[in-house]
Design a binder for this molecule. Structure first.
Ligand SMILES: Nc1ncnc2c1ncn2[C@@H]1O[C@H](COP(=O)(O)OP(=O)(O)OP(=O)(O)O)[C@@H](O)[C@H]1O
Ligand SMILES: [Mg+2]
Length: 509
């Protein structure tokens, strides 16, 4: 029997939500194909995957699913529920999955010290192990270096079930997906092809809908003018009729002619008024908001108050070694970051980039409020604390933060009402609060993970303009090429990881 997943008019709300997060979702997910799920941070992508995998139940509508399902989570905080069972298993699917994604036997006992890229690979391997009929992957390329991404591509290509994929990686979605579900509330639309084809189709539909709307507005204006003319004519005529009514009927109106004439005039006036009202109703229908037209909120922000620190260095680290565990050591020369340095820190998964970043941050030489740090992962508890903190802000600073959230493409109202902000939403909060303080030194560890595409573009534009120091960790070469001028490269030699410095990005365009 062919396997599939079908959503029929599905709606979902988290408890306490005034408006449903998702509504009217009707979509078919076929076997042997990947469907991309696309939408802004907080749009409900993770929620949709959880519904697909049966981890959440719809509040309305119906989900038909044949076979088993597995959801591979977006966060990398915790190991999969069956982590140890998976690592201890010697059945061929377990061995295949571990080999396919390069999961090492010794990882079993050290989840806490695995890098986030390694954790991501481990989570996906454990999900593949059960050979589920429906596989829902939530941002699987986050944290992965180029090699690991290639490995993941090969692993996913061999999957034959119903695949659902949330990703902000356009190339990855284009390569994989035969259809994409676009969550642009209130509309949720399935389009054939990858994300680029779907976005092009969306732009075309938006242009057509707006043109239709403009043409309707023109017609409505003409109808309103005609309605006004009819009304004025009817009013003048009604005034004449009233004058006649006030006059006495002629004495010799034996056959009632004058009376009938008066009634005719009254009817004509009434007809004129109802014609005018009908024209107005037609105009109002043409002007009714078209659900197909998205409200495009203005996006983009600038780091207006950021500046160059007047100190010689914004961070200074004497040469040293960092113990990475398992007998591995990261060796680095003296590291200095000048007030206008723009540094890319690169290296494969697990070489200690985040550990080094933490050491740099601990040695930062700027006042704490002038340091903006976006860590690689923000745990669930910490996210809740950051969120609660924002909700306590006074009206004016809260307004400023929420304006920025809106300019980054997420809906402030929903974020304030939420009890569990999504990973993208929480990054936008951190960013907004840091921008407010006019930073002198910005440190971002894989900032493009979790952020939706439009907000990555906004972030890139803002960082390109800022005069302050930057230290950016990313696997996104295009992002680094645009924003940085110096490179710190981590490379492994046996158990030693060395940091070498380059003066520029080799493939800078
Ligand atoms: N358990 C929950 N209770 C209440 N609100 C929640 C809960 N989980 C998520 N939300 C809210 O629901 C909305 C959708 O969340 P979801 O995690 O599905 O978004 P997403 O599209 O996956 O976002 P991202 O791109 O950042 O991962 C968000 O506004 C979020 O704050
Ligand atoms: Mg999500």
């Amino acid at each position: 029997m062919s396997r599939f997943l079908q959503f029929d008019n599905v709606a979902f709300s988290y408890p306490g939500m005034a408006e449903p997060l998702l509504r009217g979702v009707t979509a078919h997910f076929p076997e042997g194909a990947w469907t991309g799920i696309v939408g802004a941070n907080g749009a409900g992508k993770t929620t949709l995957l959880k519904l697909a995998a049966g981890a959440l139940a719809p509040t309305d509508g119906h989900i038909r699913q044949i076979g088993s399902a597995r959801y591979a989570v977006q966060r990398t905080d915790a190991p999969p529920d069956d982590w140890l069972e998976f690592m201890d298993s010697w059945d061929p699917p377990a061995m295949d999955a571990r080999a396919l994604l390069g999961v090492e036997p010794e990882w079993a006992d050290r989840w806490d010290t695995l890098s986030h890229g390694e954790r991501k690979r481990a989570q996906i391997a454990a999900a593949l192990w059960r050979r589920p009929d429906v596989l829902a992957l939530d941002e699987p390329t986050n944290h992965l270096d180029a090699h690991a991404k290639g490995v993941l591509l090969a692993a996913l290509k061999s999957f034959r079930g119903v695949g659902l994929l949330v990703s902000h990686d356009r190339d990855f979605l284009d390569e994989f997906c035969s259809q994409c579900l676009f969550i642009f509330p209130p509309r949720i639309v399935m389009r054939p092809g990858g994300v680029s084809a779907g976005m092009a189709q969306d732009r075309l539909e938006q242009t057509r809908a707006k043109e239709q709307h403009d043409s309707n507005a023109g017609k409505a204006r003409r109808l309103q003018a005609a309605a006004q003319q009819r009304r004025e004519a009817a009013e003048q005529s009604a005034a004449r009729t009233n004058r006649l009514k006030r006059k006495k009927l002629p004495e010799n109106d034996h056959d009632g002619r004058a009376k009938r004439q008066l009634a005719k005039l009254t009817n004509k006036d009434g007809w004129g008024f109802s014609q005018s009202a009908a024209l107005r109703t037609r105009a109002a229908k043409l002007l009714a908001p078209d659900a197909a037209i998205r409200v495009d909120y203005e996006m983009g922000f600038w780091l207006e108050d950021s500046g160059k620190s007047s100190r010689n260095y914004v961070a200074e680290l004497p040469e040293g070694e960092i113990d990475l565990g398992d007998g591995r050591t990261l060796v680095h020369p003296t590291l200095t970051i000048r007030p206008d340095d723009r540094i890319a820190l690169v290296g494969d998964n697990g070489l200690g980039k985040s550990t080094l970043v933490k050491k740099v941050v601990a040695n930062a030489n700027v006042p704490p409020e002038k340091l903006l740090v976006i860590p690689q992962e923000i745990g669930e508890e910490e996210s809740q604390a950051i969120h609660a903190d924002v909700k306590r802000l006074d009206r004016v600073p809260l307004g400023r933060v929420m304006t920025l959230i809106s300019r980054l493409g997420s809906r402030p109202g929903r974020l304030l009402a939420s009890t569990t902000p999504s990973p993208g939403e929480i990054r936008k909060i951190l960013l907004a609060r840091g921008v407010e303080r006019g930073p002198h030194f910005i440190v971002m560890d894989e900032p493009t993970n979790h952020l939706d595409l439009p907000s990555i573009e906004c972030l890139e534009n803002a960082l390109a303009e800022t005069p302050c120091a930057l230290l950016l960790v990313s696997h996104d070469e295009r992002f680094l090429a645009r924003l940085t001028t110096r490179r710190w490269q981590l490379t492994q030699f046996g158990n030693t990881i060395r940091l070498t410095m380059g003066s520029s990005i080799p493939d800078r365009t």
